[in-house]
Ligand binder design. Structure first.
Ligand code: MN
Length: 296
């Protein structure tokens, strides 16, 4: 078991493209850090004006070994999956997809759609006990919200500040959204057994004494019982944390596993149309083929 220690590491997000041409910033994994607790992936998309475009179009694709956590600041996304779920998500709501042994889904801007799209998608690695579970999809229309020292806080996943998200997690983890409309400062209690990171998405803030700008993930390590978050202007950030994972995770494309062999098998199975990934109905377009890993 890793004993988490306090650390400070600023990790720049990398620019990449999602689906059909949506520019996004990927804050996890990075070259310098691959996980924060069980959190293994963090994409920040937008804000982008999609008034005169299709917006998000991510064709049917598979997942194994993870939970996807979708969280919007602005706009709407329509989720369809191989379980038959068709779910519109709006700001303040949570889409949580637990892939277990295999699921497939598409994500798209509905037609018509609001003019702006802005949000986050996180992945949480499933622990061994749930990696082969039956896939499921959960939508949460309401999550615990509170005000603290000028910050509006939503507990997206896990428990914090006396509130507990209803989100079905299989890992010891927490995810929170914090925003302020003006200058604000708070000391936020943390679990010393967790490691944490903060992604700043709008404005500027000082977190644990570090000046933080958009597209920067601040890794905080663990062993902390609180951090101070201060801003002199409107700011928005995401705080993620959790107990460090004991099993190293490997990832390829949309797959999270323990070994390269599992990743290779998943890519082959998806491309061969294996039943366990199911079918997504209603997406206007072809499904995405899996690239084969370089070691295969
Ligand atoms: Mn996906």
């Amino acid at each position: 078991m890793n004993i988490p220690q306090p650390e400070l590491q600023i990790l720049p997000a990398s620019e990449t493209t999602l689906g059909e041409g949506l520019q996004i910033r990927r804050a996890l994994p990075t070259r310098l850090r691959r996980t924060v607790g069980p959190w293994v992936f963090l994409d920040h998309f937008g804000p982008v004006d999609i008034q005169h475009s299709d917006g998000m179009r991510v064709a049917p694709h598979p997942h194994i070994g993870l939970q996807t956590v979708t969280w919007l600041y602005e706009g709407e996304i329509l989720h369809r999956d191989s379980l038959g779920s068709v779910q519109l998500i709006r700001p303040g709501q949570l889409n949580l997809m637990s892939s277990g042994r295999g699921i497939s889904h598409s994500e798209e801007s509905p037609r018509p759609h609001p003019p702006e799209l802005h949000g986050l998608q996180f992945w949480i690695a499933l622990p061994d006990a749930q990696r082969q579970m039956a896939p499921r999809f959960d939508h949460y229309a309401r999550l615990p919200q509170l005000e603290r020292d000028g910050f509006d806080i939503t507990v997206i996943a896990g428990a914090a500040l006396g509130e507990r998200s209803p989100a079905l997690l299989f890992s010891d983890a927490v995810g929170m959204d914090l925003s302020s409309q003006s200058a604000a400062s708070t000391d936020l209690p943390l679990d010393p057994a967790f490691e944490y990171a903060v992604l700043l998405t709008q404005g500027e803030a000082e977190v644990a004494g570090q000046r933080l700008h958009p597209a920067q993930l601040l890794y905080l390590g663990g062993g902390r019982s609180e951090i101070r978050i201060s801003s002199d202007r409107p700011v928005r950030l995401a705080l993620i944390g959790g107990r460090p994972i004991e099993h190293p995770v490997v990832m390829w494309w949309n797959f999270v596993a323990r070994t390269r062999e599992e990743l290779t098998q998943a890519a082959r199975d998806w491309n061969a149309g294996a039943d366990y990934f199911g079918q997504v109905h209603g997406y206007d377009g072809d499904r995405l083929p899996s690239p084969m890993p370089p070691w295969a």
